[in-house]
Design a protein around this ligand. Sequence first.
Ligand SMILES: Cc1cc2nc3c(=O)[nH]c(=O)nc-3n(C[C@H](O)[C@H](O)[C@H](O)COP(=O)(O)O)c2cc1C
Length: 317
Amino acid sequence: MLTPHTLGIHKFLRLLNPLVRPALNIKPNRRLKKAVNIADVRLCAESRVHKMCFGYLDSGGDDEVTLRRNKDAYSQLEMHFHVLSGLEPPLDLSTKIFGQDVKIPFFACPTAGNRMFHTEGELAVAKASKEHGSLYCLSSISTSSMKEISEILPQDYPKLFQVYVWKDRALLRDILAQAKENGFQSLALTVDFSWYGNRERDIRNNFTIPPAYTLNQIWEACKRPAWTWDFLSNPAYTYALIRNDVHADSLANFINSQLYPAFSWKDAEWLCSEWDGPKAIKGICRPDDAKRALDAGFTSIWVSNHGGRQLDTRYTL
Ligand SMILES: Cc1cc2nc3c(=O)[nH]c(=O)nc-3n(C[C@H](O)[C@H](O)[C@H](O)COP(=O)(O)O)c2cc1C
């Protein structure tokens, strides 16, 4: 398909960066510097990123009940803290995650397609992880390669690789070998993604990877000039861990063909036997599944509902 990227126009546009960026007032930190909390950061993203990509980033499955409840759960937490403990900042928050030493007790979870939101994509997240001494986790459907990540995070830096339940075992083996080679010590198998969540915002926005050049998408691109300039003046984003012979226009088909709803505990046991480091199972919501996961060979249980992006819930049991 003929697109500005297949025609190589980005190589020419890049040369115009010194002229265009000031004219479009593209200064990455301008709005972010004023952000005082995560809600502000979200607004920064909404005002910069193409509507279809922001929708993908921000949405949940079905009626987004789980997404809302996930967020509300934090406001229901009460802290009954001790006072006058004589602690002097900076506090030492260092701990171990997956047996690795980290400076903070949390990390950025795996998220697909980061270059959709910003041209630096996963590399920016890797740099931020390094700056804060936290574990880095790369998604199977990342838009940066493992090699690029390993150039930022040295071999022994705490790194976790997230895999999906792909159908093709040869592909899975190949991906695991790549992860080992690039210094990923730990593995997480995401088990709540053997089908695509029904994200209604994506349907309304006609979300596709790569983007379709429809009049509506072009109009939305015009409304977000900074994002659009970055998109047009950089190489096209594509899934970096997927075989080179898969063309951009068939990426979605490729992922759909690899999603494997029949993936079972037996397949999970096989995967565990293929990885000799720490291995987590991501997407556990029930105690009986947690016990079963330990029997299958996982060493960590990652309680998660995928940010409410997969299976929504309408009832409280
Ligand atoms: C834009 C976006 C992309 C995501 N991509 C992935 C992914 O590729 N793999 C994965 O396991 N989880 C993915 N997730 C889910 C997150 O890893 C995480 O589970 C979710 O944000 C909720 O956090 P929690 O699991 O700590 O509750 C994605 C989430 C978002 C918002």
